[in-house]
Write a protein of this length. Structure first.
Length: 538
């Protein structure tokens, strides 16, 4: 935990002796979580007599100076801090910790009692085994025994053996049952101990915040302290496209906590504000132009650099159809906030997924194809955000007619803005991209030192068994240098060019009957001055 730098409001512990010292936990009772960080509210409840007192609580906040508010009749004076102070940890047990500790102690007593029962039955079995061994060792006398005596002895051994074996069987059955009960209790105890450890009980030495209080009259004082914590949240969406084209957005929030102070039954508010972000516009400085004499730079050819990406795998979360607890959404022109209606518990390193709400949005679908890169076309859904609030960026799981299609990134969609979202491939729409090459026997490339002619084609084949309307996108080659002249011959001509202000990116609207194929032929002719090299990748 970061140590708080004491300002004039946080001074070293010094001054007159106060009437009494009191200790109390300061659990988190409410929190506003931002995309990176959280503002926490801690509630301290302590019985105080009238007079001047010093209250010890665990240090609150990961950074900055906490804000303390007391009830009427309580004046908060000096705020101080002690480092590594020796304390009785149970002075700071919250109700959740007390319940967890009591559960552990109760189970420890049950385990001990059950161990005694198991030991008692095991001792009983040992005694029965000795008794059976004694009976089994009985032998008839060597002299003077009549047949009746032998018969009576045999009957006695038989009866005693039967009685011992029956008792042993009952005891063994009881031992198995009691041993199973003991194992269950030991497992419950291990779980309870893990739960207690997860709540991070205070240590025998800890950092403490001290509050000097003046109390007008005896009361149960409720003080609140605002601090900070390392917590974060991010939107998570389930995008569900129905057969009739209806788009449903199940909005959720993934919340994570990194803190020595566990949260138990905390009321959460999620905010889209980023307090650590930029608050003011960047400074606009001068922009001077200059010229210089270029120096020749040798060309270095190397393999393309490899981009290594670290991906944290998360388990797939598939929402069921059970009723979900949903958050209240508020938009005030500055931020979007979600107030979750139920208390939430979190421990260090834990993540939870909360359901916010579900939006049903009117949408249309289109099929897009990129033959230069892909083998299949893809279904896209288009909509206008008419919810009256921005849709925040996050991760999304895509479902199409009930089938899980994969995961994607959901973009920021301001209120009133349009958006296009992917809904997965259409495997029956097959794409082909062909570049004619001399080395394979084609005659598509005619090249001299300063000219090149290239033939390229792409096609879309409909194998779905149904008529399909789609848009195919392809980048037509262009030049921004006067000395590099490019002539294009495209059949059929594109329906649109320079799409989304991307130079040369063109599209073809296609209507394909079942089994039909449409091909686009492109011939590119280029020439440039002698002594210069062409850099181009078809």
């Amino acid at each position: 935990m970061n140590r708080i730098l004491l300002t004039t409001a946080l001074v070293a512990l010094a001054g007159p002796t106060l009437a009494a010292d009191f200790y109390a936990p300061a659990p988190v009772t409410a929190a506003t979580i931002y995309p990176d960080g959280a503002l926490t509210t801690h509630t301290i409840s302590v019985d105080l007599p009238a007079g001047e007192h010093r209250l010890f609580v665990p240090v609150i906040g990961e950074d900055g100076v906490p804000t303390v508010t007391g009830p009427a009749g309580v004046t908060v004076g000096t705020i101080g801090q002690q480092y590594d102070a020796p304390v009785d940890p149970e002075n700071f047990f919250t109700p959740a910790l007390i319940a967890a500790r009591d559960a552990v102690e109760a189970l420890e007593d049950q385990v001990t009692a059950q161990q005694d029962r198991v030991s008692g039955i095991a001792s009983q079995l040992t005694a029965l085994d000795i008794q059976q061994s004694f009976v089994s060792a009985i032998r008839p006398p060597k002299d003077g025994a009549t047949p009746d005596d032998l018969a009576a002895l045999a009957q006695h051994v038989h009866d005693q053996t039967a009685t011992a074996l029956a008792a042993i069987a009952v005891a063994q059955q009881g031992l198995r049952a009691e041993t199973e009960t003991l194992a269950d209790l030991q497992q419950n105890l291990a779980t309870a101990r893990a739960r207690l450890a997860q709540l991070n009980p205070p240590k025998a030495e800890m950092d403490l915040m001290t509050l000097d209080l003046v109390v007008d009259h005896a009361m149960t004082a409720q003080l609140t302290v605002e601090g900070t914590a390392y917590a974060a949240w991010a939107p998570v969406y389930d995008l569900r496209l129905a057969a009739d084209g209806t788009l449903s957005l199940d909005r959720k929030a993934m919340i994570g906590l990194k803190s020595d102070t566990p949260w138990h039954d905390v009321m959460l508010t999620l905010s889209s504000v980023s307090p650590d972000g930029q608050l003011a516009p960047s400074d606009t400085g001068p922009n001077q132009a200059s010229i210089y004499l270029p120096q020749p730079t040798p060309m270095v050819r190397s393999a393309a650099p490899q981009l290594e990406m670290m991906v944290e795998e998360e388990p797939m979360i598939i929402a069921d159809s059970a009723p979900m607890i949903r958050a209240m959404t508020q938009v005030d022109g500055v931020a979007v906030t979600y107030a979750y209606p139920r208390p939430v518990s979190l421990t260090d390193g834990e993540e939870v997924l909360l359901t916010l709400d579900t939006l049903t949005i009117a949408a249309t679908t289109e099929i897009h194809a990129s033959p230069r890169h892909d083998d299949t076309a893809f279904l896209m859904t288009l909509f206008t955000n008419e919810t009256g609030e921005p849709l925040l960026p996050g991760s999304a799981q895509v479902f199409r007619q009930g089938h899980f299609m994969g995961e994607t990134e959901f973009p920021l969609v301001p209120a009133g803005a349009e958006a296009t979202l992917p809904m997965g491939p259409i495997e029956g729409l097959r794409l082909n991209h062909a570049i004619a090459r001399n080395e394979t026997g084609d005659t598509g490339i005619l090249s001299r030192s300063n000219t090149r002619e290239q033939q390229i084609s792409f096609s879309v084949e409909n194998l779905t068994g149904e008529a399909q309307d789609l848009t195919a996108f392809y980048p037509l080659t262009y030049s921004e240098q006067e000395d590099l002249r490019i002539a294009l011959s495209v059949t059929p001509k594109p329906d649109a060019t320079d799409i989304d202000d991307k130079r040369g990116v063109s599209s073809w609207d296609m209507s394909l009957a079942p089994g039909a194929t449409q091909t686009v032929e492109i011939t590119i002719k280029m020439d440039w001055p002698e002594g210069q090299d062409l850099r181009w990748y078809p």
